[in-house]
Design a protein around this ligand. Structure first.
Ligand SMILES: *[C@@H]1O[C@H](CO)[C@@H](O)[C@H](O)[C@H]1NC(C)=O
Ligand SMILES: *[C@@H]1O[C@H](CO)[C@@H](O)[C@H](O)[C@H]1NC(C)=O
Ligand SMILES: *[C@@H]1O[C@H](CO)[C@@H](O)[C@H](O)[C@H]1NC(C)=O
Ligand SMILES: *[C@@H]1O[C@H](CO)[C@@H](O)[C@H](O)[C@H]1NC(C)=O
Ligand SMILES: *[C@@H]1O[C@H](CO)[C@@H](O)[C@H](O)[C@H]1NC(C)=O
Length: 378
């Protein structure tokens, strides 16, 4: 089931009324009118990353929207309008797929299409990929882009186009120096329908739902959202915020506290209680990853394990949203495609995967550092 904690909403309301003047509330969005709704290019689906229509340096593309990474990468052959040697050397590594990309960062205009020829234009350094290899064990702290493996598998540059719009991924030791706000296409909107935006007219941030994206927060597009304050990120950029916090229980173990990632880039869930606890798990034939590889095994959380999440806490006083389910209960719409226990780093954490969005729409306010939940089933 999914839930909101009305008590907390009431507390905020009372606090709001007690404040001297409404205009002093930094989170009153009534003066922000610049916004654009971007519908997905095709119907939102549990098993694929949502996409939107747009242009990269004036060339039309269908662009994935991944809230689990940050920055836009595109294979050099897909962007013929940029000269071969333009830009400054850059490297990105996606540890989830072991893909190592080397190329050049070039400042590029990206246009996002709304309905009826409405549009927003962003500008960020885009990584134009000249080489892509599969490189497990790549040393991210070196960041030199050199794969120590002999003859690593090469990826087809014609197939590389990925846009990360997530935040809080550049944690200490992550080896993701470019997963920063200045590289995030959704945080660098320059104009909407040809009109330049400013921090007076445009509230930097966005919402993500199963229908599409709102660029620019307004009173209207954030109605019914409950908010969690975020910790500062590790850079001095005022738009840099840490991931939202969660507290969760595994059967009656816990609560465990850590970061939560609402990741549109995956359909499964990753969950870690380590080093505070462990999670009932079983190693089974991997029929989840497609295409199925005969004999391949996967460790998953045991069926019927009860998982209960609160954001940022489980109790009614501090929590503003939450959901719980039994692993494998197909009747629950936000049930991940599968649930994988992990031990990465030294804190419990969860990546809910994109199916979370069947229960909640989410919002990121990059100005005051808030993450919002709008419950769709409460
Ligand atoms: C936000 O500010 C506007 C204009 O100052 C005011 O009319 C409105 O009541 C405020 N909203 C809230 C929820 O405080
Ligand atoms: C990119 O957009 C800016 C306006 O935001 C414009 O001044 C500039 O000419 C554009 N550059 C290209 C290469 O289209
Ligand atoms: C978009 O265009 C369609 C058809 O021309 C029209 O019915 C619709 O009202 C328009 N929507 C907006 C938001 O302007
Ligand atoms: C990665 O590179 C850093 C910096 O050169 C080095 O200190 C570290 O030991 C390397 N890690 C591994 C696992 O090789
Ligand atoms: C998986 O289960 C075993 C016990 O069967 C336990 O020792 C281990 O910690 C569990 N793994 C995780 C990641 O929780």
């Amino acid at each position: 089931m999914v839930r909101t904690m009305f008590q907390f909403a009431l507390q905020i309301l009372l606090f709001g009324l007690a404040a001297a003047a409404p205009s002093l509330d930094p989170d009153n969005l009534s003066s922000f009118k610049a916004t654009l709704f971007i519908p997905y290019a095709s119907k939102f689906a549990s098993n694929s990353t949502p996409t939107i229509n747009g242009m990269i340096n004036g060339e039309k593309h269908t662009i994935p929207v991944d809230t689990g990474s940050t920055g836009l990468i595109i294979g050099a052959p897909k962007l013929k309008s940029i000269p071969k040697n333009k830009g400054t050397f850059g490297v990105e590594y996606l540890s989830s797929s072991n893909n190592l990309y080397t190329g050049r960062f070039v400042n590029i205009n990206i246009t996002f299409f709304g309905k009826n020829e409405t549009k927003a234009v962003s500008q960020v350094p885009v990584l134009i990929v000249d080489k892509a290899v599969v490189c497990p064990g790549y040393n991210v702290t070196k960041g030199d882009g050199i794969c120590p493996k002999k003859n690593p598998q090469q990826n087809d540059l014609n197939r590389i186009l990925y846009m990360g719009v997530g935040f809080g991924r550049n944690t200490k030791g992550s080896g993701l120096p470019y997963a920063i706000p200045s590289h995030n296409p959704f945080l660098n909107i320059q104009s909407i329908n040809g009109k330049k935006v400013s921090d007076k007219t445009y509230r930097n941030g966005y919402t993500v739902s199963t229908h599409g994206i709102d660029l620019g927060l307004t009173t209207k597009n954030t109605a019914q959202y409950n908010w969690v304050k975020l910790d500062k990120g590790i850079t001095t950029d005022s738009r840099d915020w840490a991931q939202v916090r969660t507290s969760f229980k595994v059967n009656d173990q816990g609560p465990f506290s850590g970061a939560a990632l609402i990741d549109t880039g995956i359909g499964q869930m990753y969950i870690q209680a380590y080093p505070k606890g462990n999670i009932p798990n079983a190693t089974v034939a991997d029929t989840f990853h497609k295409p199925v590889v005969k004999g391949k095994k996967i460790t998953v959380v045991k069926k019927d394990t009860h998982l209960d999440f609160g954001f940022p806490a489980l109790n009614d006083k501090d929590g503003v949203a939450g959901y719980d389910f039994k692993v494998g209960d197909k009747k629950f719409k936000s049930q991940p495609l599968w649930v994988q226990p992990v031990t990465i780093g030294n804190e419990p954490h969860v990546n809910t995967g994109r199916k979370f969005l069947w229960g909640f729409s989410v919002a990121f306010d990059a100005v005051s550092g808030r993450f919002g939940f709008k419950c769709l089933k409460c």
